[in-house]
Write a protein that binds this ligand. Structure first.
Ligand SMILES: Cc1ncc(COP(=O)(O)O)c(C=O)c1O
Length: 424
C-alpha cells in the first residue's frame, strides 16, 4: 500500500463538506488540525459529531491480528465496512494479507491508495470494470486481484471482456451459496463444478479456489454454519481432485469465508481442511470487527462463545445535543438517520455530559430516529436538559461509516489525535 497516498490525506482542507468539525478549523489542513490536538468537548466541535476511539481501534486491530495468526488464517478484512484507506493501512500493518471489497468502485479507491492484494467478494461481469481491472493488472505486476464467479454465463461475460482487454489472467474463486434461499453463489456442488470447469477452460481466467459467506446461511445456527463450511472445504478438495487448479503459476488454493459473526466456526472447520495439491490460503474476511459495535455485533460476536480468546471493544460514539425537552418523558437530539445506523437496531444512549461532568445515561432510551432527530424516552429518574450532550453507542458499523466522511479519532482523555477519511 502507498504510505504516501495515505499521508497525503492529511493535506486535505477542512471545510463545509465535513460534519461536526470546529467551524474555526475551516481552511486548515487535516494534518494541521490534528496537530492542534484539540479536545473533543472544548475544542469547538459541533454536534452531531461521530467519533472513533483510538485505543479501542488499536485493541481490535491487534486482537484480530493475533486471533488469525493463532488459527493459521490469512486475513483480508472487508474494506466496504469502513472505506477508509487509513484503516486499510493499519489493517495491513497488523498482518492482513490484503483487503476484501464488494464492488468495482471500492476497488478503485483501494487501488488509488496502492492496495496490492484485493479480494473482490462478489461476481464481476461489467465489461468496463473488467477492462479497468485488466489495465491495472498490466500496469502493476505486483497487483493481485481475485473475484467470484457463480455462473457459466458470468464466466463467459468475464472471458469475453478480458480477452478483448488482454493482459494477465484474472484469478477467480467459485462461490458456493450459503444454502437454498441464500444470496449469490452457485446452489449445488454440480453447479460449482460446471462454473469451475468453465473458469479453468477460459484463457483469460485462472481458477484460484472457492469462497462463500456463512453470514448468509438461512436461519443460521452453529450447526448449519458448520455444515455449510464443511461443504465449502469439501468443494475445494473435489475441484482439486478433478485437477482444476492447474493454472500457470498458481501457488495457493484459496478457501475463503468469514464475516464477523462466525469466525470461530470458520477457524475450526478450516483447520480440518484436507490436504490439497498446493498450499491453501485460508482467507478470513471479517470487516465489522474493526470498530465493532454496541448492538448487533455485540450480540453475535464469536467472542461471546470463546471469551478466553479475547473481546472486541465498541469504538464508535456519536455525540448529539438535546435540542428539545417538551415533556418529562420526551427529549430530542439533533442527530438522526443521517448520522446514525438504524438498520440493525437503534443507537444506545450511554452517557450524558453537562459542562465538564459526564455520567451514565440512566433511564434514557432512543426509541426512534427521524432524518435529523433522535427521539428519546426518559424515565422519572432521568436528569436531562436542553443543551446536554448525549454520547451514544451504535449498531452496525457499515451503515455508520458511510454517513461520515471525516471522523475524529479520540484518545480516552478526549484529545482528538487524527481524522479518518472515508470514501463511499
Ligand atoms: C461476502 C462478504 N464477506 C465478508 C463480509 C464481512 O462480514 P462482517 O460485516 O460481518 O464483518 C460481508 C459482509 O456483509 C460479506 O458480504
Amino acid at each position: 500500500m502507498s504510505a504516501d497516498a495515505v499521508t497525503r490525506l492529511s493535506g486535505e482542507r477542512i471545510d463545509h463538506r465535513f460534519k461536526g468539525l470546529p467551524l474555526d478549523a475551516d481552511g486548515l489542513t487535516v494534518g494541521e488540525l490534528a496537530a492542534q490536538r484539540r479536545n473533543l468537548f472544548t475544542g469547538g466541535f459541533t454536534t452531531p459529531v461521530l467519533t472513533l476511539s483510538a485505543e479501542r481501534l488499536r485493541h481490535n486491530l491487534r486482537l484480530m491480528e493475533s486471533y488469525t495468526e493463532r488459527h493459521g488464517l490469512a486475513f483480508a478484512p472487508h474494506g466496504k465496512t469502513t472505506m477508509a484507506p487509513r484503516l486499510f493501512r493499519e489493517q495491513l500493518e497488523h498482518g492482513a494479507w490484503g483487503i476484501t471489497l464488494a464492488v468495482p468502485h471500492q476497488v478503485r479507491v483501494a487501488r488509488a491508495f496502492g492496495v496490492r492484494r484485493v479480494f473482490l467478494a462478489n461476481e464481476l461481469v461489467d465489461p468496463a470494470a473488467l477492462r479497468w481491472v485488466a489495465a491495472e493488472l498490466t500496469a502493476d505486476p505486483a497487483f493481485r486481484f481475485i473475484c467470484y464467479a457463480d455462473s457459466v454465463r458470468g464466466v463467459e461475460l468475464m472471458d469475453a471482456a478480458l480477452r478483448e482487454a488482454g493482459g494477465r489472467p484474472v484469478d477467480v474463486v467459485v462461490e458456493l451459496a450459503a444454502g437454498d434461499g441464500a444470496r449469490t453463489g452457485a446452489r449445488t456442488e454440480a453447479d460449482c463444478l460446471a462454473v469451475a470447469e468453465a473458469v479453468a477452460a477460459a484463457p483469460s481466467l485462472r481458477l484460484a479456489g472457492v469462497a462463500g459467506y456463512e453470514g448468509e446461511v438461512p436461519d443460521a445456527t452453529e450447526e448449519r454454519v458448520r455444515a455449510w463450511l464443511v461443504r465449502l472445504v469439501e468443494l475445494a478438495a473435489r475441484l482439486d481432485g478433478a485437477g482444476l487448479f492447474t493454472g500457470t503459476g498458481l501457488e495457493e488454493i484459496v478457501v475463503s469465508a468469514g464475516g464477523s459473526a462466525w469466525f470461530d466456526t470458520v477457524a475450526e472447520v478450516f483447520a480440518r481442511l484436507p490436504g490439497l495439491s498446493r498450499p491453501a490460503l485460508k482467507l478470513l474476511r471479517s470487516g465489522a470487527y474493526v470498530s465493532h459495535d454496541d448492538g448487533h455485533y455485540r450480540s453475535i460476536t464469536p467472542f461471546v462463545r470463546v471469551p478466553e480468546e479475547g473481546a472486541l471493544e465498541p469504538a464508535f460514539r456519536l455525540w448529539a445535543q438535546v435540542v428539545s425537552r417538551p415533556t418529562g418523558e420526551q427529549a430530542f437530539l439533533n442527530a438522526g438517520k443521517r448520522d446514525a445506523a438504524y438498520d440493525l437496531g437503534m443507537p444506545e444512549a450511554q452517557v450524558v455530559r453537562r459542562g465538564d461532568a459526564e455520567r451514565p445515561a440512566e433511564q434514557i432510551a432512543v426509541t426512534r430516529l427521524s432524518d435529523q432527530h433522535a427521539w428519546l424516552e426518559t424515565g422519572p429518574g432521568a436528569d436531562l436538559e436542553v443543551g446536554d450532550w448525549v454520547g451514544m453507542g451504535l449498531s452496525h458499523p457499515c451503515t455508520v461509516f458511510d454517513k461520515w466522511q471525516l471522523i475524529p479519532l479520540v484518545e480516552a482523555d478526549g484529545t482528538v489525535v487524527d481524522y479518518i477519511r472515508t470514501f463511499f
